[in-house]
Design a binder for this molecule. Structure first.
Ligand SMILES: C[C@@]1(CC(=O)O)C2=NC(=C\c3[nH]c(c(CCC(=O)O)c3CC(=O)O)Cc3[nH]c(c(CC(=O)O)c3CCC(=O)O)/C=C3\N/C(=C\2)[C@@H](CCC(=O)O)[C@]3(C)CC(=O)O)/[C@H]1CCC(=O)O
Ligand SMILES: NC(=O)c1ccc[n+]([C@@H]2O[C@H](COP(=O)([O-])OP(=O)(O)OC[C@H]3O[C@@H](n4cnc5c(N)ncnc54)[C@H](O)[C@@H]3O)[C@@H](O)[C@H]2O)c1
Length: 219
């Protein structure tokens, strides 16, 4: 399987199942999606983020109408009833809606997607999956990665701003790439970003002074 990124801004996500897995998915998608609806006869103690909770117990013949009514970009099948999960999968396929099945790790049809473990330091995001072989390994790696990507979000923001400045000064692409790569590879910049001591504007000014002493036009 190949990880792809999907933007859920302004989208609806429909979750069937109010157990720990349904709650985790609801929290995850509520970070971004406009509307997250969770349909379940029972809801555990866990947080569902800002999701809307609807108490209902649709049978296999009822799930299609829920999908029709809410018009989601993605449906999550996280019930403990295999017949219901099967019906959700069939209805999603009929409608061409993306499906995430929490109770399957293999034999995926087109449109059936996996939700990987993710680590964020916005705008950086890292996804981990094991092809369904061992989700506990994904969880373990996520925790390790949380530490190692610290500062990556700030670094990305800094490099994005630096790249804009270099473009505005019409520095040619090869030279631009070298300058940005030098910053990314500079351990002192990472240390400053991680300690919160970095002043991005100052870093950019210093790099521009050092690399483009004549003010930059052409190179
Ligand atoms: C990453 C994460 C994201 C998330 O679910 O949000 C995730 N599972 C997580 C945790 C976790 N899941 C399970 C355990 C118990 C230990 C173990 O069994 O390993 C733990 C650990 C725990 O809970 O501590 C059991 C389990 N999971 C699946 C099945 C069904 C099956 O395999 O048939 C069963 C057996 C059920 C049973 O036997 O009863 C299926 C899937 N789980 C996936 C993702 C997808 C594949 C990802 C991959 O390729 O690695 C996939 C295919 C479907 C999907 O997309 O949901 C999340 C990490 C949360 C975090 O980062 O903290
Ligand atoms: N992806 C994962 O990480 C992962 C981890 C553990 C288990 N699982 C699988 O995912 C499923 C869900 O896991 P869980 O721990 O949340 O299970 P759970 O049994 O705690 O919760 C299931 C939920 O589904 C609800 N439900 C039952 N029938 C329903 C219906 N007709 N419509 C809507 N909701 C209905 C129940 O009321 C309950 O809230 C499990 O059956 C298991 O196969 C996946």
């Amino acid at each position: 399987m190949i990880p792809l990124l999907h933007d859920f801004t302004n989208a609806t996500v429909l979750v069937f199942g109010g157990g720990p897995v349904g709650a985790r998915k609801a929290r995850r998608f509520a970070r971004e999606a406009n509307v997250v609806v969770v349909v379940s006869p029972t809801f555990g103690e866990r947080s569902f983020g800002s999701a809307e909770l609807i108490r209902a117990e649709p049978g296999p013949d009822d799930v299609a109408s829920w999908i029709e009514r809410t018009a989601p970009a993605l449906v999550v099948a996280a019930t403990d009833d295999e017949a219901v999960n099967d019906a959700i999968a069939a209805a999603a396929a009929d409608r061409g809606t993306l499906l995430n099945r929490a109770d399957r790790s293999s034999g995926r049809d087109p449109g059936s997607v996996v939700v990987p473990a993710t680590v964020r330091d916005d705008p950086v995001v890292v996804a981990v999956a094991t092809g369904g072989t061992a989700p506990a390994v994904s969880k373990h790696l996520r925790r390790e990665l949380e530490e190692s990507i610290s500062g990556a979000g700030e670094m990305a923001t800094l490099c994005g701003a630096l790249r804009s400045e270099l473009k505005a000064r019409e520095v040619d692409p090869d030279h631009r790439r070298r300058i940005v790569t030098d910053v990314v590879n500079d351990p002192a910049v990472w240390t400053a970003l991680r300690s919160g001591a970095s002043n991005n504007r100052q870093v950019i000014e210093d790099v521009l002074d050092e690399q483009l002493p004549d003010g930059g036009e052409r190179q």
